[in-house]
Ligand binder design. Sequence first.
Ligand SMILES: *[C@@H]1O[C@H](CO)[C@@H](O)[C@H](O)[C@H]1NC(C)=O
Ligand SMILES: *[C@@H]1O[C@H](CO)[C@@H](O)[C@H](O)[C@H]1NC(C)=O
Ligand SMILES: *[C@@H]1O[C@H](CO)[C@@H](O)[C@H](O)[C@H]1NC(C)=O
Ligand SMILES: *[C@@H]1O[C@H](CO)[C@@H](O)[C@H](O)[C@H]1NC(C)=O
Ligand SMILES: *[C@@H]1O[C@H](CO)[C@@H](O)[C@H](O)[C@H]1NC(C)=O
Ligand SMILES: *[C@@H]1O[C@H](CO)[C@@H](O)[C@H](O)[C@H]1NC(C)=O
Ligand SMILES: *[C@@H]1O[C@H](CO)[C@@H](O)[C@H](O)[C@H]1NC(C)=O
Ligand SMILES: *[C@@H]1O[C@H](CO)[C@@H](O)[C@H](O)[C@H]1NC(C)=O
Ligand SMILES: *[C@@H]1O[C@H](CO)[C@@H](O)[C@H](O)[C@H]1NC(C)=O
Ligand SMILES: *[C@@H]1O[C@H](CO)[C@@H](O)[C@H](O)[C@H]1NC(C)=O
Ligand SMILES: *[C@@H]1O[C@H](CO)[C@@H](O)[C@H](O)[C@H]1NC(C)=O
Ligand SMILES: *[C@@H]1O[C@H](CO)[C@@H](O)[C@H](O)[C@H]1NC(C)=O
Length: 744
Amino acid sequence: MARLSVLVLVLLANTLTNAFNGDSFELECPDECDCHYFRINWVTDCSESNLTEVPYDELSMSVYILDLNGNNITTLKTFPADIKMRRLQIANNRLTHVDRDSFRGLEFLIDVDLSGNNISNIDPEAFLDSRGLLNVELQDNPISVVDGPFLVSSTLQFLDISNCNLSSINPQFFDNITSLTTVDLSNNPLVTLESGTFDILTSLETLKLNDCKLTSLAENIFTALVNLKFLELAGNQLTNMDWPELLGKLIRLEYLNLRKTGITSLSEDTFSNCTNLVSLILADNQLRDLDVAATLGSSVDHLELLDLSNCKIRGPIAGDAFANATRLRTLYLSGNPLFAPDLKEALEPLPKLEKLFLSNCGLRNLPDNFNVFDNLQELDISYNPLVNVFTKLLAPLNKLEYLNMGYSNLSYIGPDSFSKMTSMKRLVLSGNDLLSLEAGLFGNLTQLTTLELEFCGLKRPLYANAFFKNLTYMDLREIRLGGNPLVIPTTGPLFPKQLSQITIMDLSNCNITSLNRDAFKNTENITDLNLGSNRLISKEDSLQFLERLHQLEKINLSNNNLTTIDPQVFINNPKLHSLNLVGNPFICDCKIAEMWDWANMIKGNLDVLIGAKSAEKDIVVKGNKKKKHLYCHYNETQLRNLTIPLNKTVPGRRPFMKPRGLTFANRTWAKYVRESGCEPVVKILRPVALKSDLFDTERPLSTAALILSGIALVFGLSTLLMTVRLLRRRNATEVDTEQIRKER
Ligand SMILES: *[C@@H]1O[C@H](CO)[C@@H](O)[C@H](O)[C@H]1NC(C)=O
Ligand SMILES: *[C@@H]1O[C@H](CO)[C@@H](O)[C@H](O)[C@H]1NC(C)=O
Ligand SMILES: *[C@@H]1O[C@H](CO)[C@@H](O)[C@H](O)[C@H]1NC(C)=O
Ligand SMILES: *[C@@H]1O[C@H](CO)[C@@H](O)[C@H](O)[C@H]1NC(C)=O
Ligand SMILES: *[C@@H]1O[C@H](CO)[C@@H](O)[C@H](O)[C@H]1NC(C)=O
Ligand SMILES: *[C@@H]1O[C@H](CO)[C@@H](O)[C@H](O)[C@H]1NC(C)=O
Ligand SMILES: *[C@@H]1O[C@H](CO)[C@@H](O)[C@H](O)[C@H]1NC(C)=O
Ligand SMILES: *[C@@H]1O[C@H](CO)[C@@H](O)[C@H](O)[C@H]1NC(C)=O
Ligand SMILES: *[C@@H]1O[C@H](CO)[C@@H](O)[C@H](O)[C@H]1NC(C)=O
Ligand SMILES: *[C@@H]1O[C@H](CO)[C@@H](O)[C@H](O)[C@H]1NC(C)=O
Ligand SMILES: *[C@@H]1O[C@H](CO)[C@@H](O)[C@H](O)[C@H]1NC(C)=O
Ligand SMILES: *[C@@H]1O[C@H](CO)[C@@H](O)[C@H](O)[C@H]1NC(C)=O
């Protein structure tokens, strides 16, 4: 009886450990690919696998998302008749044409990404069988000439044909895709557009025509687009355009981007019919003599956002420039050479302003009427050659929540500069050579949540005396110190006690070679730690500082100098759910398989290891571009002596079926783990993550939680059992068990 129940438990254990390993309930998966479920959908990820053709006969009929991005595929044949694919991604391959048969029979297809190929020809009827098609991405292909209708699809809503070398749009181009709501034609050398081009697209809401070398447009080109809300014409040369005619019918327009369109002047009635305009971007035009008041005339009073950055506006800006812009909340004047006194006058009528951007305006001084801006919440005065002493003019801004004084040539900030800014939430002082910080400088910033001090030449992390000694800064959650050449003390904590509530800490790019085990003694509640781009190495105690960080959820160790990593180092970080190890010179060894099993079995989710497989965002976001994988490399000796165990079954891992060539020393972790045949060694006995997540919640336990905790318990047990079994096996084979006993 007892034996029987043990057997049952062992069976259960196996099923469960397999269940937690992404590869179970397995549907068909091509040998070179990684497959997994995303929610309940089968994802077949063959991206960046050096494929030269689509593995048609190895695909599961249930494949939902097929990712073939970044391969060497040159032609498409026909997919199996019964495949239920919803999304197909073949971006960044070497396709040259798309035939009538390429997507034949794909009835369920919704979304196709063919961007970044070498496609010059597309059969307009290629998608005829896909009766639910919504999205087609063809950007970055040399399509150049299209005669007649471009595509036939009555459902297509989103079409991206930007950067396709199209030099003209023929009159029938859109005839059979009339449901389009969003079209991106940016980056095609169109030069001009004939009248009638868009007349059939009456559902269109978003049109992007950025960087199309446009020098002229038929004046009635947008006349039929009565539903257009969002129009981008940035980066063209429309100097002599009759803007009032062109925009006259766009009464629904809410967003208009005319950045860098060669505009030198705008007549007074330019926007007079665009009465719904909320955001207007005129940045990067030479509007030397723009009469802001006259031009924005009657439409100005609906405007909430106005961007006049880099417009070479020749001061002084008229005192009444914004006189009627009563709804204006956000104003960009960055990149215009401004003088404090003019600015003072022009801004005077805008007491309701909430966000003001004055970056890179050559300001040495600041206007002295900040006291009128009762509502100002965000102020950006970065990249101005400020003279230290004027920073005190900011003092009246006691509602300010965001202040950016980055890269402003400051070497000294007076101790009282921020003393009245008690609403401040985010303060940016990055890029100033602040050799030291005044005592009490941040003392009164009791609401501060984020402090950015990147690239400030700081050698010591943060002195205690910049804060009041008697206070704990309860809201201060985030400190960014990236890019400072920190000298890390060999003993003791990096940060003072006042900062004990910090949860997000950025220490990337700080020339750190090691951190002592007490480094975060005063800041033990850190949940998100960025140590990317430092020089941490794989020494015995180099990650010991992790012991104290019981709340740690995310850690970035990318681009360091780690050659190997043991899951054991994360034993005190039960809440860890994101670990970035990309860009380290890992050597291919069985520790990698251990990390893999740790993520799968202990964490219950391979996504914990960034780059181990395609992440949720790679799947959800459109236009999945190349992603960075987790790699290891074999050294020469290993590689020469390497034989891959074909069909070797390791519980929960898919074996290799076909012999493979072995010329390349770099492996993704996924492939290495499969080909190595390393035994699954589960050394960490406590699946704390699952249990604590469930029991730490303050809500009363729901039935679901109870069931889950049941599963967690069984799961814990199964891990234990598995370890016991392994222990036995190890004993039998006289492998060193000393270490394992220690770890228990
Ligand atoms: C495609 O093939 C070429 C040579 O055949 C090779 O240099 C290149 O690395 C391959 N690209 C990919 C993404 O595998
Ligand atoms: C890709 O495969 C081709 C041969 O099919 C080979 O010549 C090339 O070196 C491979 N590239 C990589 C990066 O594996
Ligand atoms: C394409 O649109 C044109 C004009 O609306 C129509 O005459 C033609 O039948 C359509 N073609 C297809 C294949 O639907
Ligand atoms: C502006 O709107 C009015 C009334 O809606 C219309 O009569 C006029 O033609 C429009 N202006 C332009 C330039 O289209
Ligand atoms: C502001 O609006 C009023 C009334 O609509 C108008 O008389 C005045 O000229 C406008 N001021 C500016 C600077 O446009
Ligand atoms: C800090 O703020 C309080 C009230 O907000 C004020 O009384 C005090 O003077 C400020 N401290 C300094 C050093 O300015
Ligand atoms: C903390 O000390 C500062 C001066 O160092 C003083 O202004 C402030 O009132 C003190 N705050 C509390 C809460 O004791
Ligand atoms: C980084 O640290 C090393 C010593 O570990 C030091 O020699 C070097 O100057 C530092 N680099 C910078 C930019 O401070
Ligand atoms: C960490 O957070 C917990 C709970 O919020 C708190 O009890 C503890 O004091 C904090 N630790 C430090 C060092 O402030
Ligand atoms: C990485 O570590 C090795 C020793 O493990 C050392 O030789 C090498 O210089 C380090 N590289 C960098 C960029 O710090
Ligand atoms: C290559 O790896 C093997 C096994 O991991 C190791 O014994 C050997 O020293 C390594 N050789 C070099 C040159 O690093
Ligand atoms: C190569 O592998 C064989 C067994 O697989 C082993 O006996 C031999 O020592 C290895 N050679 C090297 C140089 O590692």
